[in-house]
Structure formats: C-alpha cells, structure tokens
Design a protein around this ligand. Sequence first.
Ligand code: PRX
Length: 659
Amino acid sequence: MTSTVPTDSVNTQLHEERTFAPSAEFAAQANGTQELYDAAAADRLGFWAEQARRYVSWSTDFTQTLDWSEAPFARWFVGGELNACVNAVDRHVEAGLGSRVALHFVGEPGDTRDITYAALHEEVQRAANVLTELGVGAGDTVAIYLPMIPEAVVAMLACARIGAPHSVVFGGFSAEALHSRIADARAKVVVTADGGYRRGRPSALKPAVDAALDHGESSVTSVLVVRRTGQETPWHERDLWWHEALEAADATHEAQRFDAEHPLFILYTSGTTGKPKGILHTTGGYLTQAAYTNHVVHDVHPDTDVYWCTADVGWVTGHSYIVYGPLTNGATQVMYEGTPDSPHQGRWWEIVQDYGVTILYTAPTAIRTFMKWGRQIPDGFDLSSLRLLGSVGEPINPEAWMWYREVIGGERCPIVDTWWQTETGAIMISPLPGVTPTRPGSAQVAVPGICVEVVDDVGAPVERGVAGYMVLTEPWPAMLRGIWGDPQRYRDTYWSRFYGLYFAGDGAKRDEDGNIWFLGRVDDVMNVSGHRLSTAEIESALVSHPKVAEAAVVGAADDTTGQAICAFVILRSEAVEEADEPGEGGDLVQELRAHVGREIGPIAKPRQIMVVAELPKTRSGKIMRRLLKDVAEHREVGDVTTLADSSVMTMISEGLRSD
Ligand code: PRX
C-alpha cells in the first residue's frame, strides 16, 4: 500500500484560536459528562461493559468484555446473546412507548408519513416473516437497494431480526457496482423499489437490479419490490411486490437471540485497490457503541428531541445514526428522501421548522453548498428549535464551521465534528457537547473509551504540531470484524502498516492543546462530498472503456465537495485519430464520464477528464499522482527527479495550457 506523509492541504488554519465553551444551560442537561472520561481512563474494559449493559438489552448476559487473544480478530461481550431488532423496536413498545413516533418520513414530492414504534414493530415482524418464507435464514445475506424511504429501515431491521446480515447498496450505485456487491456477498434476496424521487422526478431503480442479475448464474432467488413511484416496471418470475407480501404475512414474529458476534451487516467501501471491501460488523459491540455515541455525542434525549441525520442509509452514517443508534435509544427522527434543493433551496430549513428539529447531523459539503446559496435562505425560516449541530464525513474547514454555528445554530448550538469510518462502525473522535469546549475545524479528542494516537513513519508518537498518521491503539466495540471473505486483506490493510496499531489511512496532527486536526487521506482514497471513492476503482472503470489505454485519477481540492475527481487518460492509438483535440472537452470526454457513471455510479463521474499523451511514472512504473495533483490544482509542478522521463510533466502542462 502506498502512503505519503500528510500535508496541511486541507486545513490551512491550524492555529485556530477561537474556542467556544459550552453554555451552562446546555451543560446542565447534557448526557455527556467529565465522569465518562474519568471512568474510561480508570478502567477501559469495565467502562465498555457498563455501556453495553446500559444501552443494550441482553437476552443472555456476557461473561467476558473483550477477547483479543486472536488479534486483530476481536470478540466483544463474549457469551452475550441479543437481538438487534428487538433492541431497536420491540423493547420500546414493551416499555409503553409504542405511540412514540420513530420516523417522521418526508418524501421528496411532499408526501409524509409518521411511523410510530408500534407501527414499525408490526412492519418488521411482517417483513421478517416474508424473508423467512423466501428461505432466508440466519447467516444468509440480503442485499438492500432502496431510496431513502422507511422500507429501507424496515428491511434492515427485519434482516437483523432473523440474523441475516444485510448488505445495503447505495441507490446511486450503478447496476455494475450492484452486481459485484451482490456476487461478493452471495445475497439470496434483493430488496429494491420501482424507483425513487430525485429533483422532482421519479427515477427508476428496479431496472438496475434486473441488469445486475442478468449476468448469468446468481445467488439471488427472489427480489422484493417496494412500490414507491408507481412507474412501469419490468417483471420477472423471481419478483414480488413488497406490499403484497407483507400484507399476506403474519403480523407477529418471535425474534430469536443471536450471539454477540453474530454478523449484523456487510457494507462495501472503497479501499486502495479497484475492488471494494465488504466491511463486516457484528451485533453486540456495534450496537453498544452506536447507541452510546448517539446518546453522548448527539446528546439525544429520546423523550423530547427531534433528531435528523441527513445521510443516506446506503452509507455507514445512515446505518449507525439513522437505524441502529437512534432507534436503539428510542429516539424520534426525521427521514428525508430528497435533495436539499428540491423543490427549493430552503427545503431542509423548512423541514427543521415544520418538525421542530432539535439535532441536525450533516456533512461539510452540504454546509458549504448552503454557504454558497447564501444566508438569506435559512434566515427565512424559524430554526430556533435547533440545539445541537453535528458534522461528519470529511474535515470541516473553520469558515464552514463558523457559518454553521452562526447562521444555522444561531450561535447557541454546540457543534460536534465527528471523525469515524465505515470500519470503525461508530464515532471515535468528537467533542462531548456540554463538556468539551469546541474549536472550529478540529474533531478534537477521542470519545471516552477510545484510544488514538498520531504517529510517524515508524509508529512512534509525533510531537504536537507535527503531521503524522492517525492510528487507533486499542480495539473498540464497534470495530470491523474483518473484510467479508478475505481475512488476509483485513490484516494487510489495517494492521500491517504499524505493529499492533490500527492504521486509519488519515493524516492528522495535534495542536498545542492536544486537539486533533485531520489532514485528509494519506492513501489513494478520495473524499468527494463526504463519499469515499478509490482512485484505482475509477481508473479501472476508465480503462474498461475500449478507447482508453491507461488512466490516472487524482482528487483535487474543491471548495464545495472537498475533493473533486480529476482523471488523466491516454487513448488507444485508434481512438486518438478520431478524438477531438487533446485536452478537455469534446464528445469523448462526455462519453468517458457517462461510462464511469455506468460502471460505478453518478457520484464517481470525474469532474474533469484530460486526455494526455503520457503519464508521469517512476522508473519502476508507478504513476506519480502527486505531480498530477499539482496540475489538477493549478500549482507549480513539484519535484520531478524520480520520474523515468522528466519531460513528461512539461508535456502535460503545456498540452493543457494550449487548449
Ligand atoms: O478520511 C476520513 C473521512 O472519511 C473517511 C471515512 O469515510 P467513510 O468510511 O465513508 O465514512 C464516512 C462517515 C463516517 C475517514 O477515513 N472523515 C470522516 N469524518 C471525518 C473525516 N475526516 C475529517 N473529519 C471528520 N469529521
């Protein structure tokens, strides 16, 4: 794996002096306390055992908190048994909270549905019976490919209820991407919809499933189809309507107990190679940390708050902070199907106003987009219900942080900048609101129970103010348990860079007060609008086009999306003659962008594709992306002495200038 020493290219203002102490009013009601830090520091495993018993109901209590004897393969809460769906739904109904709204669903076209815990309980039982009738048993995988509609939550929980790990595939991924994920997970059933709404128009989803299953042999025996848009849908023998199947199913289902380490879900994420990794999470530890962090970091008070996490359930943020964390805590939340600008740019703020949202958790890219649209838009709505703001997915620049605080938070809401990953399962680094004074642009400190360090090339802690690699020094309950079907890749990716330390792939540095500042990825992973994409994955999509001989992809800094995808391609000689002038523009570039969209999904389409005659390579043939990044970011090209042919960069720069 390649990794370069991180630089300060993302957060340039590392000497941020502004600090915001929690208000006495917020601190007085906060779930987080200084005692949590003290307790975790005094007895870390004892602390986690306590959280596990506090946040989760166990059918059988565990006998050992952590078994790390087969490191890096962890077992948490050994001997414990539980059911994640029962924790998220049944027990709230049993506690008399059935009439509490679990989900205020807001559809993009303006349709709304309030779903109580009692209603959710009935739905998950029916869905669990349907899946069982379709032959899904404990250990079988189910792929879920849905828009942001309540059925996505129901399907996930129904899988958890019967011990069938779900593999949710973001609805924006293409048929190709869906196919490879279904095949890798060997899914037995796919849950999808006829379509969803995107910017005011219905957009079909089911045809992508048909195309994904059209590759010959498939493990999939049935496809459950939710009717969302009512559009015409091609039908196959394996297809069933979700509403018909649920209606016909029994409304009661007795949940079984599963081992704490029973697989809960697989979620694919991009790594440094072209093949996405199926990140495996199990039940007890994951649920504990998701619920605990939602309680102390988002400060959810389930009886009074209206919580809204704007992520899609197709990403880990949706898994942990729409489904498992808040529902395990019995919270009431908003779930919104659409985009922030549909039908108008104030849609989010209208939702906050209409539902009295108190906690908002979103991504810096959204905040920067709102900044661009101007404060007059949120200023037109009553946002006084908000009391806490959260950020996730990428470093938040201090300007965006301050705008979020002033314009959205009315200067009264604490901001929690939360660092974590698909692999960590739950929040790892974040201030505790009401306890930690916050600082614009820094994710700050490890949450109680988590141990982090910033180290140099050989794994030794660096001094404050020095850039290094972010590592986790102790196992944590929600940690990934491996990569689906590839234990060696798990060791190699995360545990072999530094002996005994988890390598996160992020550059970081601590300021003089010990706050952690993230400096972006140190590997070939890009972060575009908070979505994680690998350069290798997009390169292989590009070279799968018949006109492309070679491709190199870099993430260039972008004011709104954090990073933007820039591709450099060398055409096959036959294609060169037909192509437009080298450089940007032309039909070919559009054709290549569309091709990447088909191979991976629209989120992976490069912002810019530059046709070049050569790529900068070292003598051993490795592409020097650093130099291409200089070009993409319009900087003076750096040191070219290690290039096999140092004139290549001059050629590229001049070729592009002459366009
Ligand atoms: O680079 C870090 C960045 O997002 C990566 C994880 O991406 P993913 O697995 O898709 O999960 C995103 C949602 C948890 C990290 O390696 N990242 C995430 N949150 C932050 C962040 N970078 C800086 N600050 C954050 N708060």
